[in-house]
Write a protein that binds this ligand. Structure first.
Ligand SMILES: CC(C)(COP(=O)(O)OP(=O)(O)OC[C@H]1O[C@@H](n2cnc3c(N)ncnc32)[C@H](O)[C@@H]1OP(=O)(O)O)[C@@H](O)C(=O)NCCC(=O)NCCS
Length: 208
């Protein structure tokens, strides 16, 4: 079956030293099954909350309706992260990495935000930071992305460390409208400077 992960050419992948980063394909059963597995780990639910993605069918529909829509609007979105085995793109998924940007009429920022998740059995090896760096470099070079935010629950120490490790600066905490007023730690790439209102972040920032 032809890949549905337009607008990417067949075989597209972002390569880092240990990882392949590939677009999600709703027709690929391995992709759908992996998303169900990842998003239903205790680790993921504790950090990000429970989703409605409980079956491969639901995951496939989510990929078709939401992930592909992000690809076509922004050129980027959520990608599958796989371990490299030689130069072949194996289907040995370990996590996801994403650059997401909302759009009107929903509350949104003018720069995307980076996100990541790694299966617990593969954590502790710095894969999230490696994938996030690879995605940001590609987005900068190929999509002209000049700035990116990083948001997470202030208590999510691992996520905060990953955001620091990829060179993002902690800007403070804020109750962000995009997350329904939930308090979030706000990180941004240094080149964005201190005036984050330029990127649509109007909420006041507190030190912690
Ligand atoms: C966040 C997540 C992707 C990190 O995965 P990972 O790449 O395996 O991360 P690691 O385990 O290598 O740890 C990353 C860093 O956090 C540090 N760390 C781990 N536990 C920590 C803790 N409790 N407090 C502070 N730092 C911690 C590690 O030492 C490492 O830093 P270092 O590389 O400088 O030593 C993974 O934990 C995950 O999937 N969590 C659930 C989903 C999630 O929270 N996503 C982020 C939502 S914004």
């Amino acid at each position: 079956m032809a890949s549905e992960s337009a607008p990417f050419p067949a075989g597209f992948n972002i390569s880092t030293s240990r990882l392949h980063i590939v677009p999600f394909d709703p027709a690929n059963q391995t992709h759908a099954e992996f998303l169900v597995q990842l998003w239903n780990t205790e680790d993921f639910i504790n950090s990000c909350g429970r989703t409605s993605i409980s079956t491969p069918e639901k995951a496939s529909n989510f990929i078709r309706q939401r992930v592909l829509q992000q690809y076509s609007v922004n050129q980027y979105g959520m990608f599958l992260v796989s371990l490299k085995e030689g130069e072949n793109v194996t289907l040995s998924p370990i996590g996801t990495v994403s650059l997401m940007k909302g759009a009107p009429p929903d509350p949104h920022f003018l720069a995307p935000d980076i996100g990541f998740a790694v299966l617990p059995k593969h954590s502790g090896k710095g894969y999230a930071a490696e994938a996030a760096k690879g995605l940001l470099e590609w987005a900068h070079t190929d999509c002209g992305v000049e700035g990116a935010f990083g948001f997470c629950d202030p208590s999510n120490r691992r996520s905060r460390k990953v955001l620091q490790n990829i060179g993002m600066e902690f800007k403070g905490t804020a109750e962000l409208q995009v997350f329904g007023g939930k308090k979030s730690a706000v990180y941004a790439l240094p080149e964005m400077g201190d005036d984050l209102a330029v990127y649509g972040l109007a909420e006041p920032l507190s030190p912690e």
